[in-house]
Design a protein around this ligand. Structure first.
Ligand SMILES: [Zn+2]
Ligand SMILES: [Zn+2]
Length: 367
């Protein structure tokens, strides 16, 4: 989480930046943090959201004007900000429905907040106490070999995962710092904006919903209470896992509370493919084996050898069933089908050509 929710800081532009400069800064940052370019990186996704939100407000002159007013009021300036709800309370209710809005003095009446519902929901809507209560989940995808998917096994993965900061235990406070009740929300974690019919509760922008503020921020996590840790996780692949399967690893997600979703891609195998619990194995046979019949040794998916009798006159693509050596899942076991692929010699010597010609004449084959 960003230390401050200041849209100008988020985009790295000056308060006086032109719309053009804002758009340019947004494009540059959006490219860098785009989720497509940062797969499996929830932090980049979060940053991308912030950038988009900042751009959404600052590139719209109307929204920007209203945001600037709020900003001057100290809503986004961190723990030392002058709390606006207190000011509002002191000022008392202003006239409702004043069309004129604030003047150029830089000050404005709290009643103007009533019209800012949209802006507030876009500013505070997705964060705060709700995030703490609802564990997040993270999704990642892995490609596993065909045989591991068929037989099951363990696949180790390494992920950068948000964990509770080990220095501060998630409080965001530096060692020895005093943790004080948030002066803005009085420890409630929420503040209400507006008045009368417009009053809405939002996560407190000063303590970000925690209800407390440290006198000094934790140097490890800069007060966010979380750090990213490279985590090695063994993913248990159940036997018979299909391509596209989603495995949910309980409590292996962010901060050990959320879930990790692992999407499985199964790499194609040179020899095997699947049809449900049945395994199709392609076996090359030569033209003599196809015509005269043969006994061939084939490997099953779990590595065992099976001897299979190929009858005379076997056609290209013909399948032979080897029962109950397919994939085993939930007590059921599929079959293996051996698919014969007839291979022909690519080049014949003069002598071999004569032999084939005489064979063709004897069997009435035209060529
Ligand atoms: Zn607060
Ligand atoms: Zn910390």
């Amino acid at each position: 989480m960003a230390a401050q929710r200041d849209y100008y800081q988020t985009l790295g532009v000056a308060e006086t930046a032109t719309t053009d400069e804002i758009k340019k800064a947004f494009r540059r940052l959006a490219k860098q943090h785009h989720p497509d370019r940062n797969p499996n990186n929830p932090q980049a996704a979060e940053r991308f959201k912030e950038i988009s939100e900042a751009h959404d407000v600052l590139s719209d002159s109307d929204k920007r004007k209203r945001y600037d007013q709020l900003r001057r009021y100290g809503a986004f300036a961190g723990p030392d900000a002058s709390p606006f709800s207190q000011r509002g309370a002191r000022r008392g209710p202003g006239p409702q429905g004043t069309g004129g809005g604030p003047g150029d003095s830089g000050d404005f009446d709290i009643s103007d907040l009533g019209g800012l519902g949209d802006l507030f929901s876009s500013i505070f809507g997705r964060r705060g106490t709700g995030r703490e209560a609802e564990p997040e989940e993270v999704e990642t995808s892995i490609t596993i070999p065909f045989r591991v998917a068929a037989l099951g096994g363990q696949v180790p993965i390494t992920l950068a995962m948000p964990e509770v900061c080990p220095t501060c235990g998630g409080s965001g406070a530096a060692k020895g710092a005093t943790v004080n009740t948030c002066p803005e929300c009085k420890g409630r974690g929420t503040v209400s904006f507006g008045q009368g019919g417009f009053a809405v509760n939002r996560p407190c922008p000063v303590c970000r919903g925690k209800g407390t503020v440290p006198s000094q921020r934790c140097p490890t996590c800069q007060g966010s209470g979380e750090v990213r840790v490279e985590k090695r996780i063994n993913v248990d692949i159940p036997p018979g896992t299909e391509d596209g399967a989603r495995l949910r690893l309980k409590n292996q997600g962010p901060k050990g509370r959320g879930d990790l979703i692992v999407v499985i891609h199964v790499a194609p195998d040179r020899f095997f493919r699947r049809e449900g619990l049945d395994v199709i194995g392609v076996v090359p046979i030569n033209v003599a084996q196809a015509m005269l019949g043969s006994r061939i040794k084939v490997k099953t998916v779990d590595g065992k050898s099976v001897v299979l009798r190929i009858p005379p006159g076997t056609q290209h693509g013909q399948r032979f069933r080897v029962p109950r050596v397919g994939i085993e899942k939930n007590g059921r076991r599929g079959d293996m089908y051996v698919e014969a692929h007839v291979t022909l010699p690519e080049k014949l010597s003069a002598e071999e050509q004569e032999a084939v010609k005489s064979f063709a004449e004897k069997t009435g084959l035209k060529y």
